[in-house]
Write a protein that binds this ligand. Sequence first.
Ligand SMILES: [Fe+2]
Ligand SMILES: [Fe+2]
Length: 403
Amino acid sequence: MKLPDPMAARRSCWTFEDAVKGMSELAALAHGAVRAFACAPLLVPWFEAKVAIGLHLEPIVNLYVQLEERRLQLRKAANDCAGICDPLLARMPTLGAEEALALIYGSLLDELIRALERYLASVDHVLDYPSLRIIQNGLASLQDAEAWGKTAVSEIEKLDLAVAPRQTCSHSQRTKPELCSVERPKFATRDASSPSFGGTRNYRAIANCFTGDEYSDRRLELAWINRDEIDAVETFGLVIFDLLDYVPLAMIGDLARSCSDEARHAWTGRALIDALGHSQEDLPVSVIGIGVRAQMTGWQALTQITMFGELGIIRPMLDLANSARSHADTETANAFDFIANDELLHLRTSSSWIRRNHPAGSVKAAEEEAQRVAGSLLERAGILGEDYYITLTKAEIFEILGE
Ligand SMILES: [Fe+2]
Ligand SMILES: [Fe+2]
């Protein structure tokens, strides 16, 4: 009897030191890709691109987390290759949106994929099997992002813009990483061709498409609010960008899941609006929430969206799902059952991280800080007074800033 070999041997002359160096480079490249994708939703104006980036951030983060954990298993030390993408990242806020999109998909993601393939081709497949598994799964998880990015970048190239030349951030080209400070924008770029509104979040006062029938009005309003949760994609992205190096890897994984969920919520909201027969252009996009959260620190923005935003939206969505069932409206019931379930998960995981890790020391102190900062930003924007804002209840704050 000859049983099949349980493992395919691929002999390699790579040493343990080669593997440590190779894994350090992979973790650093993935770290750079996470930061670039995390701030990109603020930089690109197009709805489809924000949704795509929000979805793709999750597998990139998951890959980074696993590579970093593996790197630490191989050698518990600081990463010699840290910061190899920083010079490229530092340029991001100065780039046009087309160039930024080409940079993250055409350079950073592509470079990461090529480096993963190089590692796979070099390493001993039995001795370094734990790395092999991470890389094989990681490559498969990046396929959608790679395919979307290729098409998007070729569409951009058709525009014949002066797109930044392809650049690489490979460690092999530098003996010492150039460390430089990398900042993200404090505002969100939006598509000027889509109308938007700020200063209020009163959807019913903004458009005359409400009929007075409470069920259909509520359905339209919550579809619209979910479409506008494109600002939650921007928010979870900036939270990841700001907190990446300061919180446990497991928290970054949870934040990436939230970001990708919010991309699905925005996409679902848009589809529901189409299904209800409304034109997207007739429903302006609310920008007051991101106007405030983009100027906050990562911890403040996370506290704001979790303790004042997500907390406020779950009950209305569950109520709507129940009325949808009594109206035999399965599409609406399904959408809001799933979305409310996602929001409950976000509330549970984020509030637990805030309780355990927020530098203010407690959920109450974190909430007070977020409320104070949001109040002063709203006052500075001339929207309402800080003294008034800090007296508001959570429900009233949700009405103003949303999720
Ligand atoms: Fe959401
Ligand atoms: Fe959420």
